[in-house]
Write a protein that binds this ligand. Sequence first.
Ligand code: DP6
Length: 364
Amino acid sequence: MSATDYKNPHLLLETADLEPGEITWHSPSNLAIVKYWGKHGIQMPKNPSLSLTLSSSFTETLLEYRPRETSETGISLEFFFHEEPNEPFRAKLLKYLESVTDIFPFLRQLDLTIYSGNSFPHSAGIASSASAMSALGLCLCSLEHELFGTLDDDATFDRKASYVSRLGSGSACRSIFPTAALWGETGEVKGSSDLYAVPMGEEVHTVFKHFHDDILIASTAAKSVSSRAGHGLMEGHPFAEPRYADAKRNLNRLILAMRSGDLEEFGRIAENEALTLHGLMMSSNPSFMLLKPNTLEMIERLRQYREETKHPVYFSLDAGPNLHVLYPEDIISDVRGFIEEELKPLCEDETYLQDWAGDGPVQD
Ligand code: DP6
């Protein structure tokens, strides 16, 4: 199944005699170590990316469905975010659901209500599209399975959930799998694809199964560049082609480092990718500078701490100012002491979130 589009006109309900039901998934965010930045076609990445699946930053989505009362053709959707109706989000989701009706034609036969909420504060500057769109992708696949019994096999289910999550947000396709996931075709990993992510949890050294990612909130005011604008900046970017080649080299080195548990190499790549992402944004037209003075101060302190202690503690960044501090479980008490003493005072409202590599989505 290398190049499927999952279109299936047979997934139609033959009777309106259907019991109403509900499905809930809770799905985590993820942190890309090698970044996806630049896309083409329908949500296809310009380079492969590899992420750690997180735990405490997640979205919980409840999908309610009932047989449709009216015979209109569009999707029937009500949407609540943290218990409140939210029209901008509803409009986005409606557009997404319309775009997947070739895959899930039965969606037009139902009245849908979605209740969604994040475990992290909206203002924390954490991109929620990965957790939100993966939670929804999982709900849609569970709904298909509940109505048609088509996705019995776990690997088949996960692959389809990853595929449809990708259509909502590229990074979301990686959140489906425990510990670590790779999205994008590479000769290094059999079965890898631009269409969905593949699990890497079984392939990586155990040190990454308990890896920490503490998210230091440098600023909640700074709006991260929207993903559509961000990926668009790579079109015509003078460094685009060298960047894609560099990402592929970094990916190959990262896979080796994660298999062998080489933390130094892992950290070098993580920091290089984070700074490259921001370098690309700074040198884009228009240019974006999302790092804040306190982000830079935290990076300096972290590098100095690493130099002094020789502890394998590294950083990454998303398309925003907050610093992700990455380290293995065995140095947690030292690193937390350092964060509390030196980095926390540099955070907005002294806020940081504790996250770690986790077991992936859970159906409630
Ligand atoms: C910097 O997945 O948010 O976080 O596909 O347009 O929804 P869309 O983009 P999105 O981009 C994520 C960019 C990144 C790097 C990464 O997660 O790989």
